[in-house]
Design a protein around this ligand. Structure first.
Ligand code: PRE
Length: 288
């Protein structure tokens, strides 16, 4: 699967390659969600000012805000946000300590950053259906996984800029007319490809099903040839271990799931795709 490489300066924007990036990011996002889902909601880490940070007396954000800021500070120093497909959640980050890289410049200058939407979508609409309610004290582990989820979602959604640029280049006349008319409804209709969305949602469900399956160790699986044995009260049994059987059939189809399939599909259908399309329209409006 070939994807875009922004360090190859003469590589042209290709919708197929950009879509391949989105396909790969589906894996990153599903795995990040699975990682977060192992912990409870731990709501306290999202409450502003709930934790005192003695090294930053003026800081009044949440535990997650602190974690995200410190993560982005170090990532900025190693030039993460100089890459055209990486967008930080914080402003005023330190300058890179490494020399600049020479990236291909596919986009027109823009300051589009929808990370405040990404964060509120994640906190309000994803977390409550991703994690069991309650507090299991895994605050650092939860925040670490939150940062990974947020970064992956942000990257995916901001790819909308490149996709919009590729679509514009493929049909500049049609797009220019709508952009000049500021017709956002028609722009949204023109950039929408329902078939691609339907295929994406089907693929996503299947991936979430496969990646979210609990691995059944050999010792969890019934032996093919039952060996006659004796139960604790001395009666002969047919050799199958009832406790093993219970573990295998913990859900209706015999597998355990680490993530709710409907939730993953809903996340994309209601939030990830619409927000990507919003980025596409916002970008196109600057394009005329
Ligand atoms: O693949 C595209 O053409 C995109 O614009 C991306 C995307 C998406 O977010 O996955 C958004 C709009 C289209 O309707 C299809 C898919």
């Amino acid at each position: 699967m070939t994807t875009m490489n922004f360090l190859e300066k003469d590589q042209k924007l290709s919708l197929d390659k950009l879509r391949n990036v989105l396909v790969r990011l589906e894996d990153t996002i599903i795995f990040a969600l699975i990682e977060r889902a192992q912990f409870k909601q731990n709501e306290i880490i999202y409450v502003q000012g709930a934790f005192p940070f003695d090294n930053e007396p003026d800081f009044n954000g949440s535990f997650l805000d602190y974690f995200l800021l410190e993560t982005e500070r170090i990532h900025a120093q190693v030039r993460r946000y100089t890459s055209p497909d990486e967008y930080p959640f914080n402003d005023n980050l330190p300058a890179p300590v490494l020399p600049a890289l020479d990236f291909a410049n596919h986009l027109i200058p823009n300051k589009i950053n929808v990370n405040h939407h990404v964060k509120s979508m994640y906190l309000l609409n994803i977390l409550p259906s991703l994690c069991a309610p309650g507090d299991d004290s895994n605050h650092g582990s939860s925040a670490t996984r939150d940062v990974e989820c947020l970064q992956a979602l942000s990257k995916r959604i901001h790819y909308g800029k490149f996709i919009a640029e590729a679509k514009f280049q493929a049909d500049p006349e049609k797009y220019t007319t709508l952009i000049k008319a500021r017709d956002t409804t028609a722009l949204m209709a023109l950039l929408t490809n329902e078939l691609v969305e339907e295929r994406l949602l089907r693929r996503l469900r299947r991936k979430a099903e496969i990646y979210g399956q609990e691995y059944a160790d050999e010792s969890d699986v019934d032996e093919p040839a039952p060996v006659p044995s004796t139960s604790a009260d001395g009666a002969a049994t047919n050799g199958t271990n009832p406790s093993r059987k219970r573990r295998r059939s913990s859900t209706s189809d015999g597998t355990k799931r680490r993530i709710d399939l409907d939730m993953v599909v809903r996340l994309y259908k209601d939030f990830v795709i619409p927000l990507t399309k919003k980025v596409e329209v916002d970008y196109l409006l600057l394009r005329a």
